[in-house]
Ligand binder design. Structure first.
Ligand SMILES: [Zn+2]
Length: 281
């Protein structure tokens, strides 16, 4: 009698695995999706939060806005709850005016530093057209996202006006056990300041600072982040990005490296514990 009961339950269990309610439960698990969009040399990141908020961080260079808008529309983005400009350099801010003009944007975050370039002026004008005021991105500021801890861990200080990279807004995102760190173009000074301030830096997925320039991603910084994956947003460039120094540091840290120039757009999907990774090439 006992043996017969066990047999029946085993059959039921295997049926359940194939077609049963387990699959439905899996599909219903809210997920975080992080898109590192291939915009050539520059950064453009789109995050779909598990509770539905859309976040766009940086928009690639001038001329990349249209392609970025098309990509976001393909992802069925309606409104953008949060738009972040990490810093005013053209390869980050250049396409954001088109994004602002094409979507209803509810809030904009940027570090409190100014720049004189046309790309920066165009961004400010687009923010004005959207009738928004820029909220300051700096350490300690949290983003209003349900079920996810999203907090700026940098910039820590007011750096010199010419030191634009270190002004980069650095965002740490934690959805249960899925963790991401977005560094913009933050360099060694900012890395050291975040370490000294004991900010939460540990992250499974690191968006490598400044396209893999050797002025970012020190071995010390990697000891705090301990990334499993390192994403380098980079295109054809005359700067030698990513540099051998950074590639070596990432290898020593045993991080799996992904690059938008080689892998195209890279999408991390997290269910709160593990990840699936999709690459467009
Ligand atoms: Zn850059």
């Amino acid at each position: 009698m006992k043996r017969k009961w066990m047999g029946a339950s085993l059959v039921l269990a295997s049926v359940g695995l194939l077609v049963g309610p387990l699959q439905g439960a899996e599909a219903a698990t809210p997920k975080i999706k992080v898109h590192y969009i291939d915009v050539g040399q520059g950064d453009a990141i789109y995050i779909k939060m598990p509770s539905g908020e859309d976040i766009v961080m940086d928009g690639g260079n001038k001329g990349k806005g249209d392609a970025l808008v098309a990509y976001l529309k393909k992802q069925k983005v309606g409104d953008i709850e949060i738009l972040i400009s990490t810093h005013p350099d053209a390869d980050h801010i250049g396409g954001l005016d088109e994004v602002l003009d094409s979507f209803k944007v509810k809030s904009v975050y940027a570090p409190k530093v100014k720049h004189t370039t046309q790309a920066y002026k165009d961004f400010l004008l687009a923010v004005k057209r959207e009738k928004l005021t820029i909220k300051t991105a700096k350490e300690g500021v949290s983003l209003p996202v349900k079920g996810v801890k999203a907090q700026f861990v940098g910039p820590i200080k007011d750096y010199a006006n010419s030191d634009l990279n270190n002004w980069s807004a650095v965002l740490h995102v934690a959805y249960k056990k899925n963790t991401f760190l977005f560094t913009g173009d933050a360099e060694l000074k900012s890395e050291q300041d975040m370490i000294a301030k004991k900010k939460t830096l540990r992250a499974d997925v690191l968006k490598v600072g400044h396209h893999g320039a050797k002025t970012s991603t020190s071995a010390t910084f990697l000891k705090y982040v301990k990334p499993k994956y390192a994403v380098i947003s980079v295109g054809k460039n005359a700067y030698g990005h990513p540099t051998n120094e950074v590639v070596t540091n990432l290898k020593r840290a045993k991080a799996t490296m992904l690059r938008t120039d080689k892998n195209g757009t890279i999408v991390f999907e997290g269910n709160g514990s593990s990840y699936t990774i999709k690459k467009s090439k």
